[in-house]
Design a protein around this ligand. Structure first.
Ligand code: V47
Length: 642
């Protein structure tokens, strides 16, 4: 117990010493913090207590700690543009100053050329929403997707709120799934989170009684997720809703996310009063920061919380980055909805300005694409972190010195290392080999002695019958996919067809394949929940070990050549401490992360026990063996092609 930095609270959960100690002014927050640290879900009462408290700073500290455990020291932004093709709308919602009728003097409708004219090749995302136009035909919407993708292949499309999808479905007499499938086939990547307002029938009747309610909004997002279309969620706050209604809104979203798991980010939208007559005056900064923090704490299963500077203002948004938000939306280009309601923010921000705002909050600005794949890291001294449970021991001990931490899937980390955007991390073995001339190998990594438990191949066929079959591969892997290829080719002598699956893993997508490879936390979740009735479950760590009698090395720590000796030493010291923790079976944050995946502390311990975090002789031998087998496979392919 002497060295153990974790201890057990009265309910038997492990508390983590690495969450900060908070001196609460409002003691009602202390039991809530205890629940957060134990990985327990917060209730409606907890949410309302947090809204009622005046202890804003403690609230911010709790949310910031949770955000850091999820997304490290980074804040995301995207070079994007909003396009609102028309403001003519068949609805007349009381809170909306944007929508008008066709006869109104300020009504507008863009032609396809005008829409395309708003875009340029610098953009990575276009965000399209507008009024519900009474006359436009279905083909116009589908062509819009298709023409944008044809003219600007680099731009991903986030378009149409659930309200618009519902409108299309009714107007063009197609089921929701058909509307979404056609838009996706034409180029739609994700859906924005608008139109949710607050999930309260009372508010709906008073402010937007012609618009869809919460049940329908959630149903449409559920359908999108099942079709592999990730979406966002919003909440319009600061008008006539009660604090309880805000909390219920977050709980309904959390329940939906448990089911369909396709939400990327939550965006609290501060009400802009404009000429709506609903309320005079803007939300206070205190209310904005509280709402961001409480969203982060309630929505434990949402990857991101967005500080939408358009509604929050340029002054409050950077502060929100210390209250649980990890995304700033983007450059926006030209915002019309909030500005119709007299938002005081600028209508666009330059990229350099967003970077400056994020840096002013002490965070690392990371330019992303629509799916949060990082494109560029706008700061020095960053290392990658694989956000899977098996990597948690490494980061337990990391403060943000000398390196700051950016969560990345193995494949993303490899791409960023190649693009010269990060200084190091536990690289997937294949990625390390790709960049080894620029990086030094450290004597640490992630190796398994036998069962990997989180590199799992689900199949409807035994290995020998996989010839010619379609295998779905998770979008996240770099090395496991190669291990699978080696096993197929060398151990079993079969040739199958490998295809990447949707970027956001869906069991319904997996069911279309004869077998699927799942890695990381998703594999741990599936081990408990099962996956689409596959008949065989193979652990690739065990498959390798049974065959070669060697461990398998999935990842190795590497650091950019030329890093100063002080920084290198500091990093090695932190990793060594982590390895010692693992030797001494200190769970620390592991129990917290495990709980979120449905694992008990004992199950987390069994999982960690299967890993070796140091690279010894047998690990190095295993790496060479694997490299040799890969080379033989390449040679065989070369022979085949010629
Ligand atoms: O649905 C309308 C809201 C939403 C007002 O998904 C107003 O990444 C404040 O959803 N004051 C559209 N809000 C904007 C939106 C959005 C914005 C940024 C990013 C994303 C995303 C989504 O704006 C509408 C409505 O809830 N809205 N009027 C107003 N007066």
């Amino acid at each position: 117990m002497m060295n153990c930095p974790c201890y057990t609270n009265k309910k038997g959960f492990y508390l983590m010493s690495h969450f900060p100690t908070i001196n609460f002014r409002d003691q009602r927050l202390a039991p809530i913090w205890e629940k957060v640290q134990a990985g327990e879900r917060l209730s409606l009462e907890d949410g309302v207590t947090m809204f009622e408290t005046n202890d804003l700073i403690s609230l911010g500290k709790m949310a910031h700690a949770v955000q850091r455990a999820k997304s490290g020291d980074v804040v995301y932004f995207v070079v994007n543009r909003q396009v609102n093709p028309t403001n003519i709308c068949v609805l007349s919602c009381k809170f909306c100053d944007f929508a008008v009728k066709a006869k109104d003097a300020d009504a507008y409708e863009m032609t396809m050329q005008e829409i395309l004219g708003k875009l340029n090749h610098e953009l990575h995302e276009v965000h399209i929403v507008g009024g519900l136009h009474p006359d436009w035909p279905w083909e116009f919407y589908v062509d819009m997707m298709r023409l944008i993708k044809a003219s600007f292949p680099k731009i991903d499309i986030k378009a149409w709120t659930a309200v618009e999808i519902d409108f299309f479905s009714k107007k063009f007499k197609m089921p929701i799934a058909e509307v979404l499938a056609q838009l996706k086939a034409a180029g739609l990547s994700t859906m924005p989170g608008g139109g949710a307002e607050v999930f309260s029938e009372r508010v709906r009747r008073l402010l937007f009684n012609q618009k869809i309610g919460g049940k329908r909004w959630l149903e449409i997002h559920d359908t999108a997720h099942r079709l592999g279309i990730p979406t966002n969620a919003t909440m319009l706050y600061g008008h006539i809703e009660t604090l309880e209604e805000r909390v219920i809104h977050t709980i309904k979203l959390r329940e939906q996310q448990d089911i369909s798991r396709g939400f990327l980010t939550f965006i609290p939208l501060a009400f802009q009063p404009g000429d709506t007559g609903i309320k005079s005056g803007y939300t206070s900064a205190v209310d904005d920061l509280k709402t961001i923090a409480i969203s982060r704490l309630m929505l434990d299963n949402f990857p991101h919380i967005k500080a939408y500077w358009v509604m929050l203002t340029e002054q409050v948004a950077p502060i929100a980055l210390s209250f649980g938000a990890d995304d700033m939306d983007g450059t926006v280009g030209e915002e019309r909805i909030a500005h119709a309601a007299k938002a005081t923010s600028p209508i666009q921000l330059a990229k350099a300005h967003i970077i400056k705002l994020i840096k002013s909050s002490g965070k690392v600005p990371v330019e992303r694409d629509i799916l949060y794949n990082p494109i560029a890291v706008h700061d020095a001294d960053t290392i990658g972190k694989i956000p899977y449970l098996n990597c948690v021991p490494f980061y337990d001990r990391f403060e943000n010195k000398p390196f700051r931490v950016l969560p990345l899937t193995p494949r993303q980390m490899g791409k960023l290392a190649e693009a010269n955007q990060i200084d190091g991390g536990p690289f997937s073995l294949l990625d390390y080999w790709r960049v080894e001339k620029d990086f030094d190998l450290l004597d640490y990594g992630i190796a398994v002695r036998n069962l990997a438990r989180s590199v799992v191949f689900y199949s409807n066929f035994p290995w020998m019958e996989l010839e010619g079959k379609r295998l779905g591969i998770t979008a996240e892997t770099s090395t496991s996919i190669e291990l699978l290829k080696v096993l197929l080719a060398h151990k079993y002598g079969v040739a199958a067809k490998l295809e990447r699956m949707h970027p956001i893993f869906q069991a319904s997508d997996a069911a279309h394949f004869d077998a699927v490879l799942v890695i990381g936390d998703e594999a741990l979740i599936r081990a408990k929940a099962g996956l689409a009735n596959f008949r065989y479950v193979f652990d690739l760590g065990k498959e390798w070990n049974d065959w070669t009698r060697l461990p398998f090395v999935f990842a190795v720590w590497a650091l950019r050549k030329g890093t100063s000796p002080e920084k290198k030493q500091a990093l090695i010291h932190q990793i060594e401490q982590a390895a010692l923790d693992a030797d001494q079976r200190h769970l620390n944050f592991g129990a917290w992360h495990g709980k979120r995946l449905g694992l008990t502390p004992a199950e987390v311990q069994v999982y960690f026990d299967g890993f070796n975090y140091r690279l010894g002789n047998s690990e190095k031998e295993a790496m060479e063996k694997f490299r040799g087998l890969l080379a033989e496979m390449e040679a065989a392919k070369a022979v085949l092609i010629s």
